[in-house]
Design a protein. Structure first.
Length: 232
């Protein structure tokens, strides 16, 4: 199978790029603080939070025959966006081009060039084409198939004061009128374009690997979860 990568919806093959070496699959480094304790061997390790990892760097080594496309490639490989790899299909990384790209001639007698592109990526790989999950019965289980906690987008439909439990996290919602959205990644609550953080008490929930119960008390008609499954 020919190797390729796609950035912001456009494949490397569209530009006549041959990928000589795909980025390696990298497990991110957990973000920790090490403290040396006088009189004790080793160090005291403190994590900076649950599922907190550093960015990863993914490098693709490439070859280009038609150097007339270099301008197009430069216009394409800039900024941030969605990175898909032929070596890990079915999902994407959130990436940003992280290097100055140098097109180097392979031989003096022909114009063919090689170059590398390095993507700095958020430490998770996100699954594509994941459907929203609609919960109409309190106590319903949602199973996270990944190996790391997901930060979902949760829309609660109901009225008045509501207590929502997701896994082991309790969220108290006050004065809901129709619906309220909990964006657990951005740590924002809103209804339409109106911020509703002052109508919420508690932590934004996550969906841990395995089964997570979704339950509530109050006048709730349904809870719609966009799970944002992700993996290391």
């Amino acid at each position: 199978m020919n190797a390729w990568f796609s950035f912001n919806g456009r494949k490397s093959s569209e530009f006549g790029i041959r990928v000589l070496r795909q980025p390696a699959l990298v497990r991110p480094l957990e973000r920790i603080t090490r403290t040396l304790v006088p009189g004790h061997a080793g160090s005291l390790v403190t994590t900076q939070g649950e599922d907190v990892f550093d960015d990863i760097l993914l490098e693709a080594e490439c070859y280009l025959e038609n150097t007339e496309r270099i301008g197009d490639i430069n216009a394409w490989l800039k900024g941030g966006g969605k990175l898909e790899l032929s070596g890990r299909q079915g999902g994407h990384y959130r990436a940003r081009v992280n290097n100055q790209i140098s097109f180097e001639k392979l031989l003096r007698v022909n114009p063919h060039v090689s170059f590398s592109v390095i993507f700095r990526c958020f430490p998770f790989w996100y699954r594509d084409n994941v459907s929203d999950i609609t919960v109409t019965v309190s106590g319903t289980m949602i199973t996270n198939p990944g190996n790391v906690s997901a930060e979902p987008l949760i829309t609660v439909y109901g009225e008045g004061d509501i207590s929502l439990m997701v896994g082991t996290t309790l969220v108290e919602l006050e004065g809901v009128s129709g619906s309220i959205v909990l964006d657990c990644e951005l740590k924002e609550a809103y209804a339409g374009s109106v911020l509703m953080n002052n109508h919420m008490a508690g932590e934004f929930p996550v969906l841990r690997p395995g089964a997570n119960a979704v339950s509530w008390s109050g006048a709730v008609t349904k809870v719609v979860v966009r799970p944002n499954w992700r993996e290391l």
